[in-house]
Design a protein around this ligand. Structure first.
Ligand SMILES: C[S@@+](CC[C@H](N)C(=O)[O-])C[C@H]1O[C@@H](n2cnc3c(N)ncnc32)[C@H](O)[C@@H]1O
Length: 246
């Protein structure tokens, strides 16, 4: 297992979004789009690759027969287990592993899910995802994450922030393999208010995860100029994501 990366997601877990029952959340809209594509989770066996804190895992578990959630961050999985326990949900099994190392034991699920996770990245990982279930649902970055704070921080570290584009890779692979898929584009305006300390931690994480050496003085200087009257940092991001189903 890649421990260096595991630890980065472990650090992220405490501030990562958790399951919410909200009916008009982004996750609810994604699952509504999946439903409109004619897919139901009812009584199905589900595999959630890179499940994180379980924002989708818990939603689908409410109607599914069973859900296997796998993630290489133990802290993310712990939050998922805590929230499932609080909600009395007993049909989720968690697996602490990378996607590459996960032993499928020749099992084929009804539906495999991978949302916003770099777990399914290489061609080999994509092939494995493709063979893991009858129906595959992939939600990934589509090359747009407009966020002036990230842009400025990367520039201050002599780098350029390039938004992730996992969806492009998946679509290209499906086209090469001549596999038909359904596609829906999502755009999300996300506003997040963080305390100064949380903001420093968050942007340090983003620089770290891209292999840059965070300069705390530079981070604080940029964030200092953005404090609101309560001393907090307001972050506005426009994200584009693709929902790919095959
Ligand atoms: C941005 S979070 C997405 C979590 C959740 N699927 C969601 O939509 O909120 C990415 C998750 O993928 C996990 N992850 C990244 N690479 C992985 C890998 N190679 N194997 C397993 N999990 C991985 C991280 O630990 C993290 O929990």
């Amino acid at each position: 297992m890649n421990n260096k990366k595991t630890n980065k997601w472990d650090e992220k877990a405490k501030n990562y979004a958790r399951y919410s029952p909200c009916k008009n959340s982004f996750e609810a809209n994604v699952l509504e789009a999946v439903k409109k594509m004619g897919i139901s989770f009812e009584d199905k066996t589900i595999l959630d690759v890179g499940c994180g804190t379980g924002v989708y895992t818990i939603r689908v578990a409410k109607v599914a027969k069973s859900v296997d959630g796998l993630d290489f961050s133990q802290n993310m999985l712990q939050i998922l287990r805590d929230d499932a326990l609080d909600l009395g949900i007993e049909n989720i099994k968690t697996h602490h592993t990378t996607w590459s190392d996960f032993d499928m034991k020749n099992r084929i699920y009804d539906i495999a899910l991978c949302t916003m996770s770099p777990a399914v990245k290489s061609e080999k990982e994509l092939e494995k995802f493709h063979s893991s279930a009858s129906i595959k649902i992939y939600l990934g970055w589509a090359g747009v994450r407009d966020n002036t704070i990230l842009d400025d921080l990367f520039l201050a570290h002599n780098s350029v922030y390039t938004p992730p584009n996992g969806a492009k890779r998946v679509k290209k692979w499906l086209q090469t393999e001549d596999i038909k898929y359904q596609l829906e584009n999502f755009e999300e305006l996300k506003i997040k208010i963080r305390s100064f300390k949380e903001a420093v931690e968050n942007y340090t994480w983003h620089l770290n995860v891209r292999g840059l050496e965070p300069d705390t003085k530079k981070i604080k200087k940029i964030l200092e100029s953005l404090r609101d009257e309560d001393g907090n940092i307001r972050e506005q991001t426009i994200n584009k994501m693709d929902l790919i189903v095959w």
